[in-house]
Design a protein around this ligand. Structure first.
Ligand SMILES: Nc1ncnc2c1ncn2[C@@H]1O[C@H](COP(=O)(O)OP(=O)(O)OP(=O)(O)O)[C@@H](O)[C@H]1O
Ligand SMILES: [Mg+2]
Length: 322
């Protein structure tokens, strides 16, 4: 196995290998499913490539990358991409008050996430990369080509062998999709993320809320997933909605001294509805022209998510179905 990236230009710092097996093991331990994505990302990073993760919010991109970085034994520098991410914020700056008395010196340079990642050999993870201003993206593109950065008045900063760039973006986010994005695509491997299936989403919620009734967890996931297919909604909720729904319901149930189950007792159905409204109404968006409110749509989805068989098959009168 070569330690030198064959694609690196002579004289420039090369990417070293990363421990692909340890990365995958760490992701298996911390991430539900995502086996294919984890293998492909780990393999690409191990081979010295940078990666673009593309998928809707809440699909586990950050969770997976954190696990892979941990498995690689590399740090993770996380940067939120937005219009305020100037080159100076990304790279770092000289402390202006110290410059006044000491002039420009390496000691008074305050490194930003890019310089920290380059020198420590961390993974630099830039979320919402399509929101980053073009001049800042240009800095990143330069680093991708050269594995080194020229910082005015500081000098050349070479990338440590384990340094990699991982960028993430939401494909339906049209904010600031600049001209530069094709250049980033051309220098990265791309891995697409879609929502996981119901069983895996239930397993994600169960990891955080193992003590909550399994039927209730399944119902919370069912209601959350239904927001993604509802004809009146243009945006549905990620699994974060189900995680919040169960968390809020568990607290409310304790407060109100009611039990949670797939089929809630008459006195507990409103607790499920309250939790669903709190967890989901802010995460969904109505299609333009819809005549109903998000509250009405979510309340209806919650009611419809009650398990069908128990609901109709039971004669004990406490179905509590709205
Ligand atoms: N496969 C998974 N395994 C374990 N937890 C997951 C998984 N997918 C999502 N989660 C959980 O769902 C939540 C959202 O995941 P995460 O923050 O990784 O999503 P993301 O894709 O980075 O979202 P965004 O695009 O908004 O940054 C987290 O609480 C995370 O723990
Ligand atoms: Mg994220």
């Amino acid at each position: 196995m070569s330690l030198v990236d064959p694609g690196a230009a002579p004289g420039l710092p090369a990417a070293g290998r990363l421990p692909v097996r340890a990365m995958i093991d760490a992701s298996r331990a911390r991430v539900v499913g995502r086996v294919r994505e984890s293998e492909v990302i780990a393999a690409a990073l191990a081979a010295g490539r940078s990666v673009l993760l593309e998928g809707p919010p809440g699909t586990g991109k950050t969770t997976l990358l954190r696990a892979l970085a941990e498995g690689a034994g590399a740090g993770l520098e996380l940067v939120e991409g937005n219009a305020e991410l100037s080159p100076a914020r990304l790279v770092g700056h000289h402390d202006p008050s110290r410059v006044l008395t000491e002039d420009y010196r390496p000691e008074n340079f305050v490194p930003g996430p890019l310089v920290r990642a380059l020198t420590s050999g961390a993974l630099l993870y830039v979320e919402e990369v399509n929101r980053v201003p073009e001049e800042t993206l240009n800095v990143l593109l330069g680093v991708l080509s050269e594995r080194r950065l020229h910082v005015p008045r500081l000098g050349i900063v070479d990338a440590a062998p384990s340094f990699r760039l991982v960028a993430a973006m939401n494909p339906s986010d049209s904010v600031g999709t600049g001209r530069i994005t094709p250049a980033l695509y051309d220098r990265s491997c791309r891995v697409g993320f879609v929502h996981q299936d119901a069983d895996e989403e239930t397993a994600i919620v169960r990891r955080d809320h193992g003590v909550v009734d399994a039927g209730f967890l399944e119902r919370a996931v069912r209601a959350t997933r239904a927001t993604r297919a509802h004809p009146e909604l243009r945006l549905g909720s990620s699994v974060r909605g189900a995680l919040d729904l169960v968390a809020v319901a568990a607290s409310l149930a304790e407060l109100r001294d009611v039990g949670l189950a797939g089929r809630l007792a008459a006195g507990a159905e409103s607790t499920g509805t309250d939790a669903a409204l709190a967890a989901l109404t802010g995460r969904v968006q109505l299609l333009e022209g819809s005549t109903r409110t998000v509250e009405e749509v979510v309340a209806e989805l919650w009611a419809a998510s009650a398990p069908v068989d128990e609901q109709s098959g039971s004669g004990d009168g406490d179905a509590g179905k709205a």
